[in-house]
Design a protein around this ligand. Structure first.
Ligand code: GRF
Length: 213
């Protein structure tokens, strides 16, 4: 089975979801601006006011804050997020430091077309504190995982991973920053590869459909 089936002939329309400083978003915006890029960032959506939104404004990309705290229920927030995202008519949705689990409707509707980046080598250390948990566990190598979003928490098929050594004096912050240095390039390259070539799924095993030399 191959994913995703892009509806458009031009660049893939990408909605990026963020919660924080948006360094991964910035990398995507920069890549999308380059000549002949297969990506067009059509909207940035945050679950809170966050500094990363400024990057979207700098690049003239529409922003939306679907502030979780403003909603009476999770379902109401999920419904509003869904409405906002579908209005942008995305081909791909990228969770780039989006610190909220999305409800089941989005992965259902955009099956195989939602991509997340996670600061650990999944399936180790899922959840909100990948760098801290790797450090606490004492692993000597951690890294970053770019994966397809399914209904679980950081459980979807893995598209790409890169390793980052854990150093003796690391704190959660220093490890997180070193991971982010690798993460940006891996995320941009993987999202672009999915947009151009798609990927195949055998069971839960994903393979990017990269051209053979
Ligand atoms: C990234 O490391 C992401 O994997 C994690 O949070 C960080 C977000 O960084 N979930 P930024 O907002 O892209 O700078």
């Amino acid at each position: 089975m191959s994913f995703p089936a892009l509806a458009t002939a031009g660049p893939a329309r990408v909605v990026v979801l963020i919660s924080g400083s948006g360094s991964n978003l910035l990398a995507l915006l920069e890549a999308a601006r380059s000549e002949g890029s297969p990506l067009e960032i059509v909207a940035v959506v945050a679950d809170r006011d966050c500094s990363g939104l400024q990057h979207a404004l700098d690049y003239g990309v529409p922003t939306h804050v679907i502030n979780f705290a403003d909603f009476a229920s999770r379902d109401a927030w999920d419904a509003s997020l869904l409405t906002c995202i579908t209005a942008a008519e995305p081909d791909l949705i990228v969770c780039a430091g989006f610190m909220r689990v999305i409800g089941p409707e989005l992965p259902e509707l955009y099956r195989g077309a939602i991509i997340n980046t996670h600061p650990a080598l999944l399936p180790a250390f899922p959840g909100a504190h990948g760098a801290r948990d790797a450090l606490t566990h004492g692993v000597k190598v951690s890294g970053v995982t770019v994966h397809v979003v399914d209904a679980g928490l950081d459980t979807g098929p893995i598209l790409a991973q890169a390793a980052v050594p854990v150093l003796r004096d690391d704190t959660p912050d220093t490890l997180q920053e070193r991971i982010k240095g690798v993460e940006r390039e891996l995320l941009v390259n993987t999202v672009a590869a999915v947009a151009v070539h798609g990927y195949s799924l055998e069971g839960r095993v994903a393979h990017l459909n990269l051209p053979t030399a």
